[in-house]
Design a protein around this ligand. Structure first.
Ligand code: AMP
Length: 281
């Protein structure tokens, strides 16, 4: 059965008010559609932990720093709603841009520090757009729990910090990365890879594993650990490295010495596709 598609903010609020009045909890899974098994893991987790699962599907224009990337983001709402229904989601919230932004936004949410490095440095304005739309979704759906993938580790750290700093009464639930058998992290953008690009794409994960192995084998110098990953990536002229960094797990700020919990994160261009991935240190 397909999940019920709701496009209006007022309608969703009305439906969820009735759910809460019946004493049922609400789980929210924010997505940009083009759903795959990575999103599926979030939905399944929400299904297990909450009574009513809402999957939002909204390609948020204010978080894109490149027009071509935004325009390449095509989604099939009927297919996505069927996918959500199969996994037991109750509602798909799919507002239009005009419903979410009837006039250009003047109010934004900025999460300082944790937004500064990695994709924050590479994609100006991106995380401000993400934090702002997630705030809107939180205020619209008022979920008890909200589910985010570790695939976007910096986004997850930003949302966790935002929820703590602004006292959102919401539990943020991190969900591990779902990968292809060859290690490539599932992503809607993988569809854009050519056959040749798809073949080398798993090397990004292999490079991260190399850095992680160095650290696990006792290397405390982030620069030395990173070198192992960079050397592998540099063997492939197809890659243009945006960054490969070792950052504090909660701060997302690059470290020189590995002392506490870290994330090893990379962003790499492969042709016209930008791939991101990360592993725990
Ligand atoms: P997106 O539609 O790309 O904005 O992603 C929506 C949510 O799904 C985010 O919380 C992502 O981190 C999560 N997600 C995307 N791909 C994966 C994956 N391969 N494994 C786990 N979570 C994922």
């Amino acid at each position: 059965m397909s999940a019920a598609i709701v496009t209006g903010i007022v309608t969703l609020r009305d439906r969820l008010r009735a759910v809460r009045a019946a004493g049922r909890t609400v789980g929210l899974v924010p997505t940009m559609g083009a759903l795959h098994a990575g999103h599926g893991a979030l939905i399944e987790c929400a299904r297990r932990e909450t009574d009513c699962v809402v999957v939002s599907i909204f390609v948020n224009p204010i978080q894109f720093d490149r027009r071509d990337d935004f325009e390449a983001y095509t989604i099939d709402l009927a297919a996505d709603a069927a996918f959500c229904g199969q996994l037991g989601a109750d509602f798909v919230f799919a507002p239009t841009p005009a419903e979410m932004y009837p006039v250009p936004n003047a109010a934004f949410v900025d999460v300082l520090g944790v937004s500064e490095h990695l994709c924050g440095a590479a994609r100006p304005g991106h995380f401000r757009g993400v934090a702002t739309v997630v705030t809107k979704l939180f205020l619209i759906a008022a979920p008890d729990r909200a589910y985010f993938g570790e695939k976007d580790a910096q986004q997850l750290a930003i949302i966790e910090r935002m929820v703590a700093d602004l006292n959102f009464p919401i539990t943020v639930v991190p969900v591990p990365i779902v990968r292809e058998p060859d290690g490539l992290a599932l992503s809607s953008r993988n569809r854009r890879l050519t056959a040749e690009e798809r073949e080398v794409a798993p090397v990004v994960y292999q490079a991260l594993e190399r850095v992680r192995d160095r650290i696990r084998n006792g290397c405390h110098s982030a620069a030395d650990a990173k070198r192992a990953g960079l050397q592998l990536l540099e063997r492939y002229p197809q890659f243009r490295i945006d960054y490969l960094e070792v950052v504090g797990a909660a701060t997302m700020v690059p470290v020189e010495r590995v002392e506490g919990p870290v994330r090893i994160a990379a962003a790499v261009w492969l042709g016209s596709t930008r791939l991101i991935d990360n592993v725990a240190g």
